[in-house]
Write a protein of this length. Sequence first.
Length: 76
Amino acid sequence: MSYSNYDKVFKQLSVKPPKLQKYKKHNAPKARSCGRSLKRCRRCGRIRAHIGKYAIHVCRQCFRDIAVDLGFKKYG
């Protein structure tokens, strides 16, 4: 199970409604008000390596792809 999506088990439990309800009740991700999991990449949804400076909100891998389009230059 990944942090992006916890409902992969729904397909298996769809034939057992009581167990599905219990699974949803106990395994749903907690609603968060702060922390790393709220800052996601706008392009790919990755949580780690987030760049929020200048209100970019992308991960470093996506930033490398679109940096020239945004007007950043590589020095060196």
